[in-house]
Design a protein around this ligand. Structure first.
Ligand code: NAD
Length: 216
């Protein structure tokens, strides 16, 4: 596929470009802050950058009739509405976490949340010190899956790609569900899988759960 990357100079942008090129895909559009290079029309645009890039990303998707895979976190409700509007024209896949593991945990939480309705619950998340948003988008995904207001504790230390733990406790028991991204490559692999899946879609709003559900 011919693809474009928004945030190509960043940690995720560099990994995505390396992985997609290794798999035989061709990068035809590179965008970063104050920088744009385009050699052809992309079929898919992949955005792992910043919420500030979103208006330009939307403009590029419309101009090129390109589908969008977006992993950028810290989006506002207005940003999500703009993406929903865009999904009437092109296909969009948005997720705050492109790992299979977190998306499987989300499935489990959605299915069993009522069994935990009278248990105490807390979410803990740890990320590298450069991460801008706090709490993480993934923590919000987990809270949404449990479908109630949950206290989230965040730490920004070292180079950790992403650790999330959900604790459920009652007076006699403690259940801990944990996920650790061992390297950022897991998110780039998810973005690749999502892009290949989205390529044939014409329009609509999808999440990474739609991709993993086909394998369940
Ligand atoms: P990073 O800071 O290393 O890279 C971000 C890149 O975006 C930088 O090169 C920066 O210059 C560029 N950028 C910033 N503003 C821009 C703009 N207005 N226009 C174009 N480019 C712009 O960060 P990162 O670790 O690569 O993460 C990028 C984003 O992806 C963050 O929002 C992060 O939370 C998110 N992320 C999501 C997942 C997921 O699975 N959904 C996984 C990892 C990271």
């Amino acid at each position: 596929m011919k693809y474009g990357v928004i945030g190509y100079k960043g940690k995720m942008g560099r990994l995505i470009t390396k992985l997609f090129n290794e798999k035989g895909h061709t990068s035809v559009l590179y965008v970063d802050k104050n920088s744009i290079k385009q050699t052809d029309i992309p079929e898919i645009i992949i955005d792992f950058s910043s919420k500030d890039a979103l208006p330009h990303t939307i403009e590029l998707c419309i101009k090129n009739s390109a589908n969008l895979v977006i992993g950028t976190t810290g989006l506002s409700n207005e940003d999500i509405s703009s993406l929903k509007d865009l999904s009437k024209k092109v296909a969009i896949l948005q997720s705050y976490n492109f790992s299979f593991g977190i998306n499987i945990i989300v499935e489990i939480l959605e299915k069993f949340k009522t069994l935990f309705s009278d248990w105490d619950c807390e979410i803990f998340e740890i990320h590298h010190s450069e991460k801008k948003d706090k709490p993480s988008g993934t923590a919000f995904m987990l809270e949404k899956a449990i479908n109630r207001k949950i206290n989230i504790t965040s730490a920004r230390i070292g180079g950790i790609p992403g650790d999330h733990t959900i604790l459920f406790a009652n007076q006699g028991e403690l259940i801990s569900i944990s996920h650790r991204a061992i390297s950022r490559e897991v998110f780039a692999l998810g973005a690749l899988k999502a892009s290949e899946w989205l390529l044939s879609k014409k329009k609509g709003y999808y999440t990474f759960k739609d991709v993993i559900k086909e394998g369940l």
